[in-house]
Ligand binder design. Structure first.
Ligand code: NAG
Ligand code: NAG
Ligand code: NAG
Ligand code: NAG
Length: 395
C-alpha cells in the first residue's frame, strides 16, 4: 500500500512537471535488436565502409546501444554505439560484404567501436557524424599456441623483402601481361611454426604502364583504369596468390537493363603503409584504422560525454495511473529493480549536451520517477531480455 501511495504522489508530480515543459524533446530507447536499430546500424556500416579507403572492409558484430531523440519539429536524431569487426576483404575487393569472412581471433582480429549520429528528416535516415576507435583483439596468449599468428609492424624489413620477391614472382609469371606495383600493405604477421617464425604478407597491388617485357620506369595507372589486386604470400615467397579485380570503370551491374549500376566506391588509394607515403596517422603500426572522427557539419553530437547526465528519466508510456490499479500479484519491494519490458521514454532536460547544464540537477521528483508503474512490476515476474546490447553476430 505504501508503494501505491508513492506511485500516486509520483503521478501527480509527473503530471505537474510535464505540463511545465511542453516543448522539450522526447528520447526513446528501442531494443538493440529491433528492426529500426538494425536498419540504422546497416546504414552506418555502409557509410563508414564507404569512407574507408585503405585496409579492409568492416562488418557489424553488435549493436551496443541506441536512443532516438525526437524534437518538437519532428526531426529525429539517432545516437548509436556499434561494434564492427575487420573482414578479410580488402576495400577494393568487389565481393559483397556478406561474402567476406571475418578475421578470426586467432589471427589477431581487429575491432572498431563507433559512436554514430544519424538524423531522420522526412522519413529519410542519414549519417551525420561518427567517431571510431580501432583496436586489435589479440589471441589469448595464455594458451600455448603453435600455429597462432601475431601482427608485425608495416615497416618490418623482412616482410618488405617477402613482398618484393613475391610480387616479382607474380609479375614474371602472370597471364595479364602487365607489371603490377605495390599499392599498400594490408597485414603482416608472424606465425610460430616448428622451424621458427614464418612471416606472411597480405598486400594490395595496382597495374602499371609496363608490360612484362618492359624494363625501365613503371608508373601506376590511374585508379579508374588500372586493374587492382590483392595478394597473399608467406615463407620464402616461392609462391604467391593474387586475386585480380576489374578496373573500377568496368565494374558494372550484370543486369544490363538496370539503368543505374551501383556506383563503385570513390576509392582513392595511395600506398601509405610503406615507403615515402608512410602516414602513421591513418593506420596503427600493425593494423589499419577506421577514420577516427567524421563530423563535417560540426554537429558536436558525439563529443558530449555528459549527455546522459543531462537527461531526466520520465516514464511517459505507460502513464502512471492517478488512481493506482491493484495488482493481481502482491508486489514485493525487490521487484522494483527489474528491467522493464516496455521501452522507456526519456525526456530531455536540456538540449542533448550542446549546452552545459551549469550544475542544474534534475528535480528530486524526476529522479524518483524511474520507479515503474504497477503493471510493469507484474510483467517483470517473467524472464526479460535486456533492451541492449543486441546479439553478438560473430564473437
Ligand atoms: C513527447 O511524447 C509525448 C507522448 O508521446 C507527446 O504527447 C509529445 O507531443 C511529445 N513531444 C515532442 C516534443 O515530440
Ligand atoms: C618502424 O616504425 C617505427 C615507428 O615509426 C619505428 O620506431 C621503427 O624504428 C621502424 N622500424 C623500421 C625497421 O624501420
Ligand atoms: C611460374 O609458375 C610456375 C608454376 O606455378 C613455377 O613453377 C615457376 O617457378 C614460376 N616462375 C617464376 C619465374 O617464378
Ligand atoms: C611509364 O610512364 C613513365 C612516366 O610517364 C615513363 O617514364 C615510362 O617510360 C613509361 N613506361 C612505359 C613502359 O611506357
Amino acid at each position: 500500500m505504501k508503494l501505491q501511495a508513492t506511485l500516486a504522489v509520483l503521478g501527480l508530480l509527473l503530471v505537474g512537471s510535464w505540463a511545465q515543459q511542453p516543448l522539450l524533446p522526447n528520447v526513446t530507447f528501442p531494443t538493440c535488436d529491433s528492426l529500426e536499430a538494425q536498419a540504422a546500424a546497416q546504414l552506418s556500416l555502409d557509410f563508414i565502409n564507404a569512407q574507408h579507403t585503405h585496409g579492409y572492409k568492416y562488418t557489424l558484430n553488435q549493436i551496443e546501444d541506441i536512443k532516438i531523440i525526437t524534437r518538437a519539429d519532428g526531426t529525429e536524431t539517432y545516437l548509436m554505439e556499434l561494434e564492427f569487426l575487420e573482414t578479410k576483404c580488402h576495400v577494393l575487393d568487389p565481393r559483397p560484404l556478406a561474402l567476406c569472412p571475418v578475421r578470426p581471433k586467432v589471427e589477431t582480429a581487429v575491432e572498431a567501436d563507433c559512436d554514430v549520429a544519424l538524423s531522420k528528416t522526412a522519413g529519410v535516415l542519414s549519417v551525420t557524424a561518427f567517431k571510431c576507435k580501432t583496436e586489435t583483439e589479440t589471441p589469448d596468449l595464455d594458451i600455448p599456441c603453435l600455429g597462432c599468428s601475431v601482427l608485425i609492424p608495416f615497416n618490418d624489413t623482412e616482410a618488405a623483402q617477402l613482398i618484393k620477391s613475391s610480387l616479382d614472382v607474380f609479375n614474371k609469371n602472370n597471364t595479364l601481361n602487365s607489371v603490377f606495383a605495390l599499392l599498400e600493405v594490408g597485414r603482416l604477421s608472424s606465425q610460430i611454426v616448428s622451424g621458427g617464425a614464418k612471416i606472411s604478407a597480405e598486400y594490395a597491388i595496382i597495374e602499371t604502364n609496363c608490360t612484362i617485357d618492359d624494363d625501365g620506369v613503371c608508373v601506376p595507372l590511374k585508379h579508374t583504369v588500372a586493374r587492382h589486386g590483392f595478394c597473399f604470400s608467406e615463407g620464402l615467397a616461392t609462391s604467391v596468390n593474387c586475386q585480380i579485380f576489374l578496373p573500377l570503370e568496368q565494374i558494372v551491374d550484370p543486369a544490363a537493363s538496370a539503368p543505374a549500376p551501383p556506383a563503385p566506391p570513390p576509392v582513392l588509394l595511395h600506398a601509405h603503409t610503406a615507403g615515402p607515403g608512410f602516414t602513421p596517422a591513418i593506420h596503427a603500426l600493425k593494423h589499419h584504422k577506421l577514420t577516427a572522427l567524421h563530423d563535417p557539419s560540426a554537429s558536436g553530437l558525439l563529443s558530449a560525454e555528459s549527455a546522459e547526465s543531462l537527461e531526466a528519466v520520465v516514464p511517459v508510456v505507460p502513464v502512471v495511473p492517478a488512481v493506482p490499479v491493484v495488482p493481481a500479484v502482491p508486489v514485493v519491494d525487490e521487484v522494483v529493480v527489474e528491467v522493464p519490458a516496455a521501452p522507456i521514454v526519456k525526456r530531455e532536460v536540456a538540449a542533448e549536451g550542446e549546452v552545459a547544464a551549469e550544475g542544474e540537477a534534475p528535480p528530486a521528483e524526476e529522479k524518483a520517477a524511474v520507479v515503474q508503474p504497477a503493471e510493469v512490476l507484474v510483467a517483470a515476474a517473467v524472464p526479460l531480455l535486456p533492451r541492449c546490447p543486441g546479439k553478438v553476430l560473430h564473437f
